[in-house]
Ligand binder design. Structure first.
Ligand code: AQP
Length: 335
C-alpha cells in the first residue's frame, strides 16, 4: 500500500543526535522506499510556542532545512517546506481546535513537563501545540508519521481528533494516521544523565551531540559521556538497569544499523574506554559528513530559500484542496 508520510522538526537550534536517529534518519529511509509520498516540514509555528529570538529564527529555519538536505532528503522526491508559508496549517488548526476536547489536551505529558510549575505563565500556544500538529498531519491525508517516542502521545491525540471529526460529520475525509517509531534509538538520552531525554534546550552542550559538531567535538563528547564504574553489561536485562550504558549501546546500534543484542554480544564485559573509542569513531564517521554538508549549505542562503519556496508551492497544492473539503463539510464558505 502506498504510504503517505508526514513529519516535522522544529527550527529551535541545537539539532542533535536524538533528532537525527529518532526522526531525520528515518525520514530519509522512508523517502527512499518505493511508492512512498513524503512531506517533511520545518515547523516554525511550533517553535514560537516558546520565546524565539527573531534575529536567529530565520537562521534556524535554514539550519533545519540544511540538516534535512545534508542527511539525504531530496526536495525532488519529498516535499520539503516551511510551515508558516502554508496558511492552511493555521486555519486547519483553528477548526480542529473546535473538535479537540479540553480533557484530551489536559492529559498531554509534554505540556506538563515543559510548563513545569509555571503553568499560568506559559503561552496558550504551548498548550494547543498538539492541535496544530494534528492539522499539519491531517492536511496531507497522511497515513504514517515517523516520530521519536516522545511524540507518540501527540500522535494519539491526532488520531482521536481525526476519528471525532469523521464521526461528527459522518465522513471519511481523514485517514487515521499510524505512528512509525523506527530503529533502535527511539528515545536517545542525555550524555550527562541516562534518565533525561537528549534535548535541544539542555543547558549543557556535553549532554548532546549536535549535527553541526566537528569530528573532534563528537569524539570528545563521547569520551566525556557519563558511565557507571562497571564493565559493559553482557545481557539486555542488565543493560536495562544501567541507563547510561544502554543509551551508549543503543546509539552504537542505531548508528551501525545493528540490533542492540548484537552490540551487547560484541562489547559485553569489555571496558567503557575501548567502547567509547569505537563509538567516537563510528559517530564521527557517520555524522561528520552531515555536519560538513550542513555547514556548506548554510553558506548558501539563496539555495536554501529556493528549496523552501519550491516546497511551499507543492505543499499548498496538497493542503489547500483538503482544507476546501473541510470547509465544505462543516458548512463554511471558502472563496
Ligand atoms: N532524544 C530524542 N530521541 C529520539 N527522538 C527525538 N526527537 C527529539 N528528541 C529526541 C524527535 O525529533 C523529532 C523532532 O523534534 P522537535 O524538533 O519537535 O523537537 P523536540 O522534540 O522539542 O526536541 P527537544 O530536543 O526535545 O527540544 P526541547 O529541548 O525544546 O524539548 C521528533 O520526531 C521527536 O520525537
Amino acid at each position: 500500500m502506498k504510504k503517505k508520510i508526514f513529519s516535522g522538526v522544529q527550527p529551535t537550534g541545537n539539532l542533535h543526535l536524538g533528532n537525527y536517529l529518532g526522526a531525520i534518519k528515518n525520514f530519509v529511509a522512508l523517502q527512499n522506499e518505493k511508492d512512498n509520498e513524503c512531506v517533511y516540514c520545518v515547523v516554525d509555528l511550533h517553535a514560537i510556542t516558546v520565546k524565539q529570538d527573531p534575529k536567529v529564527l530565520k537562521d534556524n529555519i535554514r539550519e533545519t532545512t540544511a540538516a534535512f538536505l545534508a542527511s539525504g532528503l531530496d526536495y525532488r522526491k519529498s516535499i520539503i517546506f516551511n510551515q508558516s508559508l502554508v496558511p492552511a496549517h493555521s486555519e486547519g488548526s483553528w477548526i480542529l481546535g473546535c473538535i479537540a476536547r479540553m480533557g484530551w489536551l489536559n492529559r498531554m505529558t509534554q505540556f506538563k513537563e515543559k510548563a513545569g510549575k509555571d503553568k499560568e505563565k506559559v503561552s496558550v500556544g504551548l498548550y494547543i501545540y498538539p492541535i496544530l500538529m494534528a492539522a499539519d498531519i491531517l492536511l496531507y491525508d497522511s497515513t504514517h508519521v515517523p516520530v521519536g517516542e516522545d511524540q507518540k502521545q501527540h500522535l494519539e491525540l491526532t488520531r482521536d481528533i481525526a476519528q471525532k471529526f469523521n464521526n461528527d460529520f459522518k465522513t471519511d475525509i481523514f485517514p487515521i494516521p499510524e505512528p512509525l517509531i523506527l530503529g533502535e534509538a527511539t528515545r536517545v538520552m542525555s550524555l550527562r544523565d541516562g534518565l533525561k531525554k537528549m534535548s535541544k534546550s539542555d543547558p549543557s552542550d556535553y549532554s548532546r551531540i549536535m549535527l553541526s559538531d566537528s569530528e573532534d567535538e563528537i569524539v570528545k563528547k563521547i569520551k566525556k559521556a557519563k558511565t557507571d564504574p562497571l564493565p559493559l553489561p553482557d545481557n539486555l536485562d542488565d543493560a536495562k538497569n544501567r541507563p547510561e550504558a544502554i543509551n551508549l549501546l543503543t546509539i552504537y546500534a542505531a548508528l551501525s544499523d545493528q540490533e542492540i543484542g548484537t552490540v551487547i554480544s560484541e562489547y559485553g564485559g569489555k571496558e567503557f574506554s575501548q567502547f567509547k573509542n569505537d563509538l567516537g569513531e563510528l559517530a564521527s564517521a557517520k555524522l561528520s559528513p552531515i555536519s560538513v554538508e550542513m555547514n556548506k549549505l548554510m553558506k548558501d542562503e539563496n539555495y536554501l530559500d529556493s528549496v523552501i519556496i519550491k516546497g511551499k508551492e507543492r505543499a499548498i497544492n496538497v493542503a489547500d484542496p483538503v482544507l476546501n473539503k473541510i470547509y465544505e463539510i462543516i458548512g463554511l464558505f471558502r472563496g
